[in-house]
Design a protein around this ligand. Structure first.
Ligand SMILES: [Zn+2]
Length: 95
């Protein structure tokens, strides 16, 4: 089984998430801005480890896409555009 070293970023992204990376990732953060998680067979194991001290953790789109998720429910902010098209009312035709 192919084990990989995993890290989590110390600084959260703009959306508040810390991102986990494998040591093979081209986007691995600099050594002074990452925390070593350990060696795991699956990225999800590293994710669980990171969640022990980081509340908001996300996978990396490049190296751990299986753990990557987009906008979570906590970050969901739907703006429903209720456009008021001036649709012709049917009341004028009722006669
Ligand atoms: Zn990565």
């Amino acid at each position: 089984m192919h084990m990989k070293h995993y890290y989590v970023t110390d600084l959260p992204r703009a959306d508040g998430y810390h991102v986990i990376h494998s040591d093979e990732c081209s986007r691995l953060p600099l050594p002074n801005t990452r925390t070593y998680l350990g060696v795991y067979p699956f990225a999800v194991n590293a994710l669980e480890q990171a969640r022990r001290f980081r509340t908001a953790v996300n996978g990396c789109l490049h190296c751990t896409p299986g753990c990557y998720h987009g906008i979570l429910a906590s970050n969901r902010h739907k703006e429903e555009q209720t456009q008021d098209d001036q649709t012709p009312s049917a009341s004028a035709q009722s006669a």
